[in-house]
Design a protein around this ligand. Structure first.
Ligand code: EPU
Length: 315
């Protein structure tokens, strides 16, 4: 969350802010008041966003961020909501979704792919395959965006997003747009601190030329692995980061916690590091279950599990 303390915003403010924002963006930008965030998170929980914005393109995004900076309105930017738990009280201020927005361009030039932050990872993988480029197959099936993958250094099957990123484009808290070599950002396992304050606008990836059959084979292998080991229902992916050298899922499973339930949230019986939800589940159910699992793991192994999912919003 950028900007000042979010506790100030009230409903009247939301309508005024929405109207003022509409005056500084193109008609391609979607603006709504009181939008339920449960509609925009893959785990399907979360209260209302005061003002929800889906920008029509980069210029509109920069206008929205500029407006919030000038007026001191807190702003929260997210991608596809696939690694996100929004509390039941929702989010104050302006909430900007890039997944599905106008920031979804992808351009392939030789071995390089230029992509905008709102591009879905599945579309990126498809574009790479279509052009005989490989190295991003591991991202297939992750329901996120390029921006989210940069923020989280998304990974699977021993690969991570920054393995293929050459350069990133960003906007800083003071509105300066810049580029940086990826190597200067010090990404780590499931995170890149640079994007805690800066918003990702896009990236240039460098991939390998691959044989189409070889690429299709890799894709099918990863899809099969995912299908056999991960649930397909509503979830936010893995809840906890793996502690060094061990799978959090295995630790939770060994304690017999698969199927453990609080309200509409349950520890997946397919992979114990996933929490799956029923329609109508509350964020409070998910968070209580997270606390319970964490306490059991701490008591049994003395290991403090660190959250991988991002938890935001008010109770
Ligand atoms: N295992 C169990 N029980 C479980 C889950 C796993 O015994 O309920 C065992 C498996 O049998 C295996 C080992 O634990 O021997 C590792 O399991 P898995 O291959 O599923 O990998 P993981 O470490 O649990 C990580 C990532 C996943 C990624 C997979 C595949 C993290 C926190 N998780 O899971 O990423 O898809 O590897 O590469 O790093 C995510 O980040 O949201 C995510 C799903």
């Amino acid at each position: 969350m950028l900007g000042r303390d979010p506790s100030w915003c009230v409903v009247g403010d939301s309508r005024r802010i929405a109207a003022e924002l509409a005056g500084c963006v193109s008609p391609a930008t979607l603006i709504r008041c009181g939008e339920p965030m449960c509609l925009h998170t893959t785990i399907g929980v979360g209260g209302p966003a005061d003002v929800y914005v889906m920008p029509g393109g980069e210029a509109d995004l920069l206008s929205v961020l500029g407006y919030c900076r000038t007026k001191g309105v807190p702003v929260f930017v997210f991608g596809n909501g696939s690694n996100l738990v929004v509390r039941d009280g929702g989010l104050r201020g302006v909430v900007v979704q890039l997944g599905g927005s106008g920031l979804s361009r992808v351009v392939v030039r030789g071995r390089r792919i230029e992509c905008e932050a709102g591009l879905k990872l599945g579309t990126l993988v498809a574009a790479a395959c279509e052009h005989g480029l490989g190295g991003v197959e591991f991202l297939d099936g992750i329901p996120g965006t390029v921006g989210g993958a940069l923020r989280m250094n998304a990974g699977a099957f021993g690969s991570a997003f920054f393995d293929v990123v050459e350069e990133i484009r960003y906007v800083s808290t003071d509105g300066v747009v810049g580029t940086s070599p990826a190597a200067a950002l010090a990404p780590r396992y499931r995170g890149c601190d640079f994007f805690v304050s800066c918003v990702a606008l896009g990236a240039v990836l460098v991939l390998d030329c691959v044989d189409a059959a070889e690429s299709a084979l890799r894709l099918e292998r990863y899809r099969q692995l995912r299908r056999s080991s991960q649930p397909s229902g509503r979830s936010a992916g893995c809840v906890f980061k793996n502690p060094p050298g061990v799978s959090a899922g295995r630790l939770i499973d060994e304690l017999g916690l698969k199927g453990l339930r609080i309200g509409g949230a349950m520890v997946s019986d397919k992979h114990a590091n996933f929490i799956v939800t029923d329609p109508g589940a509350r964020a409070a159910d998910v968070l209580a279950l997270i606390d319970l699992v964490r306490a059991r793991v701490l008591a049994a192994y003395g290991v403090e599990l660190e959250l991988e999912v991002q938890v935001v919003g008010h109770e």
